[in-house]
Structures are given as structure tokens and as C-alpha cells.
Design a protein around this ligand. Structure first.
Ligand code: SF4
Ligand code: SF4
Length: 461
């Protein structure tokens, strides 16, 4: 989970909490988390206050100076405002002087009302709102448990956030349908008024229930139909990049593009998927069980329980890379996630760099890609094979990296991102007298950015 509030070089540790497990009022076709119902039995769960307090009592005194707590589900608002008010109280009680805690709520938005708006605003939550594009695309796979469309309720929730001045980002899941409409989806989600947007590919496998619960990945399992193909995903990213670069790069954060800029500027990734290990995505389920990541909540990968006491986070080193092995001469680090199963955690974290030499080992983009997410590899990363998204990543890297490198160089020199291509083109036209300073361009005139499109279809947006 990237620190969603930082454009450049966010630091610190993040922790994901699942207050109601996978319980949700929606039943989205592609949801990666609903299958965890089979790990925990029926659907209705809620974290007990004892567990909630224990999380902050044991973690905050040992955690880093800047901690991101991501509340996620299922649908985390089902826990109710009273639950979160208690959480805020315990955060205040147990945090160290000067320790900064940032709360993020990832929600489908359909249950937000004025009471929620006031609470989220007062406690300065950053809200992640799920929206997969215009209603006809969003409602393709995101519907209620009764089978009703959800887009109108999401837009109502968005209005609540705007009314109460809550900061929010948009999380857009790319599936086999909306991935084919990059311009439509990009234009829609970037007009929802957020400064942060994430495009997440829905890569889901056809596991059997038993294999999922046990954390076993069978050899002959294919991808679900709802998953976008690698090429479609890559093409979407290329188009989105061009639109961002032309119109939005100074004032809109697209997660993957920011991650790449961080790689250029600071040689560190702000997203687990593009880093060297799965070490910074600890997830606590409603019953206090701890996992290395919420994509691996199953019996095999459980690391421990919050009541195992005093498990703590080892700080990353200066390069942002966590030290997963103790070098010769080093003192054994007894505090390393004390209380969690170190062997399981190391195995889990290091699997990410088990990459095929013939592909990733020789790939010029390896230091940006790190082989992507293990879950996106055949057998969920149990075998040494590259991600099913590799072809898409390469399309994107080849297309965008030269420009991203130039943007990073500009940032290094001037401490800010360069003006957008549209702004630069307009400045050129003002200088050469083609248009006057401040001159308004009519909607049907050619766009001054030189795209060849009408202004109303291009930079006016
Ligand atoms: S499996 Fe690893 S890369 Fe994938 S989401 Fe989890 S922590 Fe991130
Ligand atoms: S782009 Fe493909 S080959 Fe290169 S590191 Fe990523 S997954 Fe491996």
C-alpha cells in the first residue's frame, strides 16, 4: 500500500486493518477479498474492542515516526463510527510524542452520509473511493448483494466527501471491460475532483475454495475472465500516461507514475509491487491474526496474532530496503518482528525476488519492476516464473520511462514538476504571437497544445 498522501518520497511504515473481515454490502464480481470468508467461516465479523486496543498498545510504541493505518474490508464502514472513535482514542493514548499517524479508509462509498463526512473530516482521514469509470462500466462488476447497480450510491458518497472537505483518492480497478476504454475511464475518474488516482489490475485466479483457504496454488489454474490481458493493461497505462503528461502532471498524482518518479529520484519504491520484498504490507484481520499481505490471508501464510505481544517493525535502511538477512558479524536481531513467525515471514517476503533469470534477470527494467506482485505470477508465485502482466509492464516502461526520466531530472534541478505539455505549448504560442496572453480559446477551435484535436475535447478538460 503506497502512502497515498505523499506525492514524492513518502516514508514510514504502513499497516492494514480489517475491522469487519471480508464483510461487505456489495458483491463485486472481481473482489479479491470475498474468498477469505472461506478462511473465517460466515460473513458477519467485527473486530472486538480488546483486539483493537491491543493493536495500538503493542505497535505504536515501537513503530516508525510516521505510520499509515489503512482501514479496509470488505467494507470497513460497516464497523460503524463508534468503532473508529474508539480507535482514534487509543491511537492518541498509545502514540509516542511527535509520532504522526495517518488514517486511510478504503471504501466503496455507498454507506457514507453526513455523520461519516463529519467524522472523517474531523479526524483528517484520507479516503480511498472505488470507482471503475462511468456508470455503465462501473456497474458491470460492482453491484450490491441484491444485484443492484452501485454507481449512483458511490456518487452520493462522493458528494458527502466533497461537502465535508474530506481528502480522497480514486481507486479504479481495471478489468476485462473497462481496460478497453482508457480515454473514457481516465477522463471520468480524473474529473471526480481527487488529486490522487490509482489504476489497479484485477488479476484473479480460478482457485478452488480449498486451495484458497490452505494457501495452495494448483498447477493447472487459469485466470478469471474478468482479468485484463497484459497487453490491454499496458496499452491502458500508455494512454493514461500520455493524458497525464499532457494535461495533469503538475497537479494530479497517478500512483504508478509517482512510484516510477520516486525510483528515479530516490532509488526507492513507494509501492510494494515495485520493491524488492513483500515486507511492508502487514495486515491484521478482525480476529487479530496477522498476515504479510491481504492478498495472502490463508492458513499457510498466517504470521501470528496481535496478542503474541511486542511484535514490532524493523526500520528500513537508508535505501528503503529492509534487511531480510543478518550478515556475518551482525548481532542477531531478536526484535525483528518479534512475536511473528520469522521463518514464514522471511519466506513470504523474499519470494518476491525469486525471478526467472532468462526473463527478469536480463531485463533492463528490473530495478523499476522487481517482477511485480507475486500474486500475479503463475501459481501465485510458488514457482519461478514471471508475472502474467510482464508484456504490459514492458509496453508501459518502453513508452513512458524516457519521459519520466526527463521529468525526474527537471524535479532534481528545480524542486518541482515541469509544466504540462499543454501549458508549455500554450506558452510557446503566446511567445510567438499566435495567441495573446490570456486569450480564451473557443471550444471548437483547434487546441493550442498542438494535439490536432478541438479544444473542448482536449485541454479544456
Ligand atoms: S503480495 Fe507482495 S507485492 Fe503483492 S500486494 Fe502483497 S506485499 Fe504487495
Ligand atoms: S518487465 Fe517483465 S521481465 Fe522485466 S522485470 Fe518486470 S516482469 Fe521481469
Amino acid at each position: 500500500m503506497v502512502n497515498q498522501s505523499g506525492r514524492i518520497n513518502p516514508s514510514g511504515a504502513s499497516l492494514m486493518i480489517k475491522p469487519v473481515g471480508a464483510a461487505c454490502n456489495l458483491d463485486c464480481t472481481y473482489c479479491y477479498y470475498l474468498p477469505t470468508h472461506d478462511v473465517y467461516g460466515d460473513r458477519a465479523h467485527r473486530m472486538h474492542d480488546v483486539i483493537l486496543e491491543e493493536i495500538f498498545r503493542t505497535i505504536l510504541p515501537e513503530y516508525e515516526d510516521h505510520v499509515s493505518i489503512c482501514w479496509q474490508g470488505g467494507e470497513p464502514t460497516l464497523a460503524g463510527i463508534e468503532f473508529y472513535e474508539k480507535a482514534m482514542g487509543w491511537q492518541e493514548k498509545y502514540k509516542r510524542p511527535g509520532q504522526v499517524i495517518e488514517n486511510l479508509l478504503q471504501t466503496n462509498g455507498t454507506l457514507l452520509d453526513d455523520e461519516w463526512g463529519a467524522f472523517l473530516s474531523k479526524n483528517r482521514f484520507l479516503v480511498g473511493l472505488s470507482c471503475d469509470g462511468p456508470p455503465h462500466l462501473h456497474d458491470k462488476y460492482r453491484y450490491t448483494v441484491k444485484g443492484d447497480a452501485s454507481s449512483d450510491k458511490v456518487l452520493r458518497g462522493l458528494d458527502v466527501l466533497k461537502k465535508h472537505g474530506v481528502e480522497y483518492n480514486i481507486l479504479c480497478v481495471l478489468n476485462d471491460v473497462n481496460v478497453k476504454h482508457p480515454e473514457l475511464v481516465y477522463n471520468y475518474v480524473t474529473k471526480l475532483g481527487s488529486r490522487y488516482v490509482q489504476f489497479i489490475p484485477a488479476i484473479e485466479w480460478e482457485d478452488t475454495k480449498e486451495d484458497y483457504v490452505q494457501g495452495h496454488a494448483a498447477a493447472d489454474v487459469g485466470l478469471k475472465k474478468i482479468s485484463p490481458s497484459a497487453v490491454e493493461y499496458g496499452q491502458f497505462l500508455c494512454k493514461a500516461f500520455d493524458m497525464w503528461n499532457t494535461h495533469h502532471r503538475t497537479h494530479l498524482s497517478i500512483q504508478l507514475f509517482d512510484v516510477m518518479l520516486n525510483q528515479y529520484l530516490f532509488s526507492r519504491s513507494t509501492l510494494c509491487i515495485n520493491s524488492n520484498a513483500c515486507h511492508n504490507q502487514l495486515t491484521i484481520e478482525y480476529d487479530g491474526s496477522v498476515y504479510g499481505c491481504d492478498h495472502y490471508v490463508n492458513h499457510r501464510w498466517q504470521l501470528g496474532h496481535v496478542s503474541d505481544r511486542d511484535w514490532r517493525h524493523k526500520k528500513v535502511d537508508d535505501t528503503g530496503m529492509v534487511a531480510l538477512t543478518v550478515s556475518a558479524g551482525d548481532e542477531p536481531d531478536e526484535d525483528w518482528y518479534e512475536g511473528l513467525d520469522r521463518d514464514v515471514f522471511e519466506t513470504f517476503a523474499k519470494r518476491k525476488l525469486d525471478l526467472p533469470e532468462k526473463d527478469c534477470g536480463r531485463c533492463e527494467y528490473q530495478r523499476f519492476c522487481y517482477g511485480g506482485c507475486p500474486k500475479h505470477r503463475p501459481r501465485r508465485g510458488e514457482v519461478t516464473e514471471k508475472t502474467v502482466l510482464c508484456e504490459g509492464y514492458k509496453l508501459f516502461f518502453e513508452h513512458a520511462m524516457p519521459t519520466l526520466e526527463k521529468i525526474a531530472t527537471h524535479y532534481r534541478h528545480y524542486g518541482e514538476l515541469p509544466a504540462t505539455e499543454a501549458e508549455i505549448e500554450r506558452q510557446k504560442q503566446v511567445k510567438s504571437g499566435v495567441i495573446r496572453p490570456g486569450q480564451k480559446v473557443k471550444p471548437n477551435e483547434l487546441c493550442p497544445c498542438g494535439s490536432g484535436m478541438k479544444f473542448k475535447k482536449c485541454c479544456k478538460n
